[in-house]
Design a protein around this ligand. Structure first.
Ligand code: SF4
Length: 195
């Protein structure tokens, strides 16, 4: 069954005498606005506003593992300036961060501390696996390296490369923003986290 599209101001909860005058048809104001009233009038929901605020103020945890971390550090420099996207505030405490960028290979020895940091972050929280090593173990197909950080934390975004250029990690953050603003739940809600 086709869903009827809202077309009248009254459909959006504006109940003035003029818009409740059903038989009169759309006013000149409504005709000028057209059908996409919600976009033009900036009507929204609390959920959308919260998602916009969350997506626009992602604070990454200060956590670097290997060579990828050097590229990650440069995203706060003037050349890449991640502040343009509200994500420049790297926090030294996981309790003040909501994004974990896993930047480099994860040795089995580091798996437990990494998971502890993830567990200490408050929800909602997101994870970016930066580079081939964090995503899959990369060239280190051996007993010492975890073959993909998604085995211990739920990953939202994978950024390919060895190492990814700073512009690539910036794009990863922008993609994450798009997911958050679109209302996509964090990965741990969709796939769960191994305990
Ligand atoms: S992906 Fe490449 S640059 Fe990144 S940690 Fe692995 S070897 Fe280093």
């Amino acid at each position: 069954m086709a869903v009827r599209k809202k077309q009248r101001l009254a459909d959006y909860g504006l109940n003035s005498e003029r818009v409740l005058w059903r038989g009169k048809g759309p006013g000149v104001f409504e005709q000028e606005l057209g059908e996409d009233l919600e976009d033009k009038l900036m009507l929204t929901t609390v959920g959308k506003a919260v998602a916009w605020a969350q997506g626009s103020s992602i604070w990454p945890d200060t956590f670097g593992l290997a060579c990828c971390a050097i590229e990650m550090m440069s995203i706060v420099s003037s050349r890449y300036d991640i502040a343009r996207f509200g994500a420049e505030v790297f926090r030294s405490s996981p309790r003040q961060a909501d994004l974990l960028i896993v930047s480099g290979r994860v040795a089995h020895k580091m798996a437990a501390p990494l998971r502890q940091i993830y567990d200490q972050m408050l929800e909602p929280k997101w994870v970016i696996a930066m580079g081939a090593c964090a995503s899959s173990g990369g060239m280190f197909n051996n007993y010492a390296i975890l073959q993909g950080v998604d085995k211990i934390v739920a990953v939202d975004i994978h950024v390919p490369g060895c190492p990814p250029r700073p512009a690539a990690i910036v794009e990863g953050i922008v993609r994450l923003q798009e997911k958050i603003k679109a209302g996509v739940p964090p990965a741990y809600e969709i796939r769960g986290v191994a305990s």
